[in-house]
Design a protein. Structure first.
Length: 95
């Protein structure tokens, strides 16, 4: 049963922090990750970062659910980004 939804940045250290949680605590959370906006972000770099971090999340969380928010991805990237990210995640069998 989910008891807490932490809001985290989609970064390696924040994923690593989840990795050291006791499994009983981990089962009680449903993390919500925000994609950090970067000045030189492109559609390709945004997709690559999301897929790479989602792979780490899947390794750490196993089958536990998580959310990834792409709201802060710039509009020009976001137009193609969500579809591309979903396709990349599906092709990697992450979703």
């Amino acid at each position: 049963m989910r008891r807490y939804t932490p809001f985290l940045k989609l970064k390696s250290n924040e994923i690593g922090a989840l990795e050291v949680l006791d499994p009983s605590v981990l089962k009680g959370i449903r993390p919500f990750f925000d994609v950090a906006r970067k000045k030189e972000m492109t559609a390709e770099s945004a997709c690559s970062a999301v897929v790479a971090n989602a792979k780490k999340l899947r390794r750490v969380l196993k089958e536990l659910p998580f959310f990834i928010d792409t709201f802060d991805v710039p509009d020009g990237i976001a137009a193609a980004g969500p579809i591309a990210v979903n396709v990349m995640l599906a092709s990697q069998k992450i979703v």
